[in-house]
Design a protein around this ligand. Structure first.
Ligand SMILES: [Zn+2]
Length: 376
């Protein structure tokens, strides 16, 4: 049987989310994008709902769709939690603030980036200061931004990247592509030149809702990592820091230990600028609270598929800048992007993703309760 929690489009996912919220006697607030639309011309919005006591000292802030098209799994997890009436089993004094479709443009257009081609998880820098440098990106930009894509072009790109990787190491390429760059709006890993609509909206959602929370657990659902149906906990806090210790309360230290995460990731993790978790941590601190957690990845690729994510990023950018995204001749490219982050025909994967995410909700909420009750 096909899982009823997963959708084929953003519009379907949004409709299911809103209906489930309504049926559960809660009210969702829509932050509608002022001008961007879906491919069908429909509105794009962040839908926000609060479950639990208004004065909760501990709040789980839970997001889906930060990386647009990665949102299918996160949306399904949110929907499954609502339909299972997870809110009836909340530990005492704990609430959930759920945000569906943080980057609705990317979600609707099957892209990882926003309407401005911004990687939302690189957009949280301080734009009043000079943007962080990514010195190697310029060496790769021309190779990674072909005007057309066909097997010959792909072979040439691989050859050129292979030569550079031999000279400089594979890690430099991965780092240059994904640490974030702030100079080429039409490139890969673009972090933006100002706060995006998504960042601005999420900032006001946090200010409006989390002023009374002392402790905020943060789960941002993502996909695209190696290991089909496997979970990777991406905690951005330094081991030994208080923030790391707090994440360990929520997720267990065994899960967040860097050696484990790097072995799951398949290589040393690249650098990261402008990460959303740090932005949210700062916002919560300004409100007088403490936030802990990070990204939780649900694997969608074979371990052996080492180039899958890079290829999907290349296609995603090509579809945005060089052609008509939804033109029939681009169907294969669009499918490759979509299926790097979502397995629409794999019921076993869906089952694993849901079982694990329900378990993570439960453990995080219990960990949050213990954290609230602790003296630290
Ligand atoms: Zn992601």
């Amino acid at each position: 049987m096909n899982s009823p929690f997963f959708s084929d489009t953003y519009a379907e996912a949004r409709e299911k989310f809103r209906s489930a919220v309504k049926a559960s006697d809660h009210a969702a607030t829509a932050h509608v994008h002022p001008d961007a639309k879906g491919p069908d011309g429909a509105d794009l919005a962040m839908d926000v709902v609060w479950f639990g006591p208004a004065d909760a000292k501990g709040v789980l802030l839970n997001l889906s769709g930060t990386h647009g098209t990665e949102g299918f799994a996160g949306s399904a997890a949110q929907l499954a939690w609502i339909e299972a009436r997870g809110f009836d089993a909340l530990p005492e004094g704990i609430a959930v603030l759920m945000v569906h479709g943080v980057n609705p443009y990317g979600f609707a257009h099957f892209s990882r980036t926003t309407e401005d081609n911004v990687d939302l998880n690189r957009n949280w820098i301080d734009f009043t200061k000079p943007a962080p440098d990514n010195p190697h990106y310029a060496d790769y930009h021309d190779i990674l931004t072909p005007k057309t894509i066909n097997p010959e072009v792909e072979a040439r790109i691989l050859r050129e990247l292979g030569t550079l990787a031999e000279q400089r190491g594979q890690w430099e390429l991965e780092d240059a592509m994904s640490r974030g760059q702030y100079v080429r709006p039409d490139g890969l890993g673009f972090g933006g030149q100002k706060p995006t609509w998504s960042r601005e909206s999420l900032t006001s959602i946090i200010k409006d809702n989390l002023a009374r929370a002392a402790k905020v657990a943060f789960i941002d659902w993502h996909t695209g990592t190696p290991g089909i149906g496997e979970i990777i906990y991406l905690c951005y806090s330094e081991p030994g820091s208080e923030s790391y210790a707090n994440a360990a309360r929520l997720w267990d230290e065994d899960n967040i230990r860097p050696t484990k995460v790097e072995s799951q990731w398949g290589s040393k993790r690249p650098g990261r600028e402008g990460v959303m978790f740090h932005g949210i941590q700062n916002l919560v601190a300004d409100l007088g609270g403490v936030a802990a957690g990070g990204v939780i990845e649900i694997g969608t690729r074979e371990h052996t598929d080492t180039r899958g994510a890079a290829r999907a990023s290349l296609y995603d950018r090509y579809l945005r800048f060089e052609t008509q995204r939804f033109a029939p001749e681009n169907e294969e490219f669009l499918k490759a992007v979509r299926e790097c982050y979502y397995r629409p025909d794999d019921e076993e994967w869906k089952e694993a993703a849901l079982t694990k995410s329900m378990d993570i909700y439960e453990r995080t909420l219990q960990g949050l309760k213990d954290w609230v009750e602790s003296t630290q």
